[in-house]
Design a protein around this ligand. Structure first.
Ligand SMILES: Cc1cc2nc3c(=O)[nH]c(=O)nc-3n(C[C@H](O)[C@H](O)[C@H](O)COP(=O)(O)OP(=O)(O)OC[C@H]3O[C@@H](n4cnc5c(N)ncnc54)[C@H](O)[C@@H]3O)c2cc1C
Length: 330
């Protein structure tokens, strides 16, 4: 189906030859937007030896995949990836370009947007078309949800974190058009990724944890954070954080929950010494039971959780840990 509107693009991402989840989730949302616009969903996928993975993408809702297949594309290379995507975008004129808020997407999206001289909204938590078919890129700001629009320039560009949109249903046997890009023989770059070293997170991984203990600025200092870690250890919980807890150096950067961090959906979330700002709360909307500990009875967090404890966390958390320990030992 071709249309006067350009296609909706998803810049695909692969790690070790496997297409990452957020790419597939974005294809699902791109499908909805493209249906409304009466246009196609197209994915740009760069890597090495990934033709089979590229073909799998059709079953998630893509109509066309542009595949860049070359050894040099095996790992993300900022300049080379940018050059290829910008050249193709100038030729194909997509209406919308979506990327995951991954390490790659966070760097690549602004590089591409700057070269295409268009706008970009980072860390969107929803994407809808308004009555004029302009993309409303929703982010939490000014104490609520706002829509950023890019009415004049094209493409309209946005990044979205893993977990914001669900995985689309797989349509087995669905096919599309696979176009292998003709790449320059010597893809030049002043910057080269030589190696990606992955560190294993300490403790329980946040993304799959059943219980998450999240700490905020109110935890106070590294001693307070050690108390959070002790409680998490006792409950076999993953540790999450707000931005200030991360900025203060108490929490691992990978532990930040929210708009610019991770989206989580544990059975139990305990938020300690955090105020409940929307940028954090959007990351926990999928949690089943939510508990907050805050010494301010008027804290916003209390309006959003199932159980609230008004207390100084430095008093309450060590006591709670001790009680759990006693209970465990019978
Ligand atoms: C574009 C953008 C993106 C952002 N993305 C994120 C994101 O992804 N994740 C995120 O977390 N933030 C994000 N932020 C920051 C966000 O807006 C808030 O500033 C942040 O979430 C607040 O963190 P906090 O609740 O720890 O701190 P505060 O708002 O300072 O709250 C601290 C709370 O601790 C309580 N307290 C203090 N002492 C104690 C004590 N002894 N015992 C118990 N309670 C106590 C206080 O009453 C207060 O409610 C973003 C901001 C912007 C502008």
């Amino acid at each position: 189906m071709e249309n006067s509107k350009g296609p909706v693009w998803v810049i695909g991402e692969q790690v070790d030859g496997q297409v990452v989840t957020v790419t597939l989730q974005l294809i699902g949302q791109a499908r909805k937007l493209a249906s409304q616009l009466g246009t196609t969903v197209e994915v740009v996928l760069l890597g090495d030896n990934i033709e089979e993975q590229a073909r799998n993408i059709f079953s998630f809702g893509a109509d066309r995949v542009y595949l860049g297949n070359a050894p040099v594309l095996d790992q993300y290379q900022s300049e080379i990836y940018t050059d290829i995507i910008v050249k193709l975008a100038k030729e194909k004129e997509p209406e919308i370009i979506l990327l995951g808020s991954t390490h790659m997407g966070r760097e690549l999206a602004p590089l591409v947007a700057a070269r295409l001289q268009t706008g970009l909204t980072a860390h969107c938590i929803d994407l809808v078309l308004n009555q004029e078919n302009i993309l409303e890129q929703k982010i939490p700001a000014y104490g609520g949800l706002i829509s950023i629009i890019c009415p004049e320039k094209r493409p309209q560009m946005a990044t979205v974190a893993k977990g914001v949109f669900p995985l689309p249903e797989v349509e087995t046997g669905r096919t599309g058009e696979l176009i292998t890009l003709e790449l320059a023989a010597d893809l030049k770059s002043r910057v080269r990724t030589l190696e990606i070293v992955r560190t294993k997170p300490d403790g329980v991984p946040l993304g799959t944890a059943k219980v998450v203990i999240a700490g905020g600025a109110g935890v106070g200092d590294t001693n307070g954070w050690a108390e959070i870690e002790e409680l998490a250890g006792e409950l076999n919980a993953a540790i999450g954080s707000t931005r200030p807890a991360m900025d203060n150096g108490w929490a691992d950067p990978e532990s930040m929950i929210g708009q610019s961090g991770k989206m989580i959906c544990p059975d139990l979330y305990i938020g300690i010494g955090l105020s409940g700002e929307l940028q954090h709360m959007v990351g926990i909307s999928g949690c089943r039971i939510m508990v907050a500990v805050n010494n301010d009875p008027k804290a916003t967090i209390f309006e959003q959780v199932d159980f609230g404890i008004v207390d100084d966390c430095r008093q309450f958390i060590p006591l709670l840990t001790e009680k759990i320990r006693q209970h465990r030992s019978g």
